[in-house]
Design a protein around this ligand. Structure first.
Ligand code: FES
Ligand code: FES
Length: 167
């Protein structure tokens, strides 16, 4: 395929409730690349780009995926939610607030992916055991925290939702 053809594709993605045109792209670009480099959504992080670290986690049709492993063009007509779409700026989600309150954020590089993974986990399992939390978040690597405070943050949200009747 010549470069002029390869870099001339146009399509639309549905991201955080908005239709976002993607222009002059190559169909082999990952969703992570398109989100960050073409749509300016820098919250999803790229680290391993091999599906090993979870820093690029987003939701596609409510399913947690590593956006580095998904072709952006394959996500046309699917609903994509990134960390920017979890809550309005200045009004953190309960999961984001719990991570702050529990001291689960240090360098912060893993945090967007872990927040996405936690939202997905608590949608599936409202009251997870510690083992379930560790297992479900095992695809998200954190080099700073030792995971204890991350587990605590997830547990705080589960308890809080239960007490408030949201779970
Ligand atoms: S950058 Fe996607 S899993 Fe590591
Ligand atoms: S807070 Fe630094 S990698 Fe998790």
């Amino acid at each position: 395929m010549s470069e002029s053809v390869a870099l001339n594709e146009q399509y639309e993605l549905h991201v955080n409730g908005e239709v976002r045109p993607v222009r002059d792209s190559w169909l082999g670009e990952s969703l992570l690349y398109v989100l960050r480099e073409r749509l300016g959504l820098l919250g999803s992080k790229g680290a391993c780009e091999q599906g090993e670290c979870g820093s690029c986690s987003v939701l596609v049709d409510d399913e947690l995926v590593c956006s580095c492993l998904v072709l952006a063009a394959s996500a046309v007509d699917q609903s994509i939610v990134t960390i920017e779409g979890v809550a309005p700026i200045g009004s953190p989600s309960d999961v984001q607030q719990a991570f702050v309150d529990a001291g689960a954020v240090q360098c912060g590089f893993c945090t967007p992916g872990l927040i996405m993974a936690t939202h997905a986990l608590l949608e599936r399992t409202a009251d997870p055991t510690e083992f379930e939390i560790r297992e479900e978040l095992s695809g998200n690597v954190c080099r700073c925290t030792g995971y204890g405070r991350i587990i605590e943050a997830v547990q705080r949200v589960a308890v809080s939702r239960r007490v408030s009747g949201q779970a």
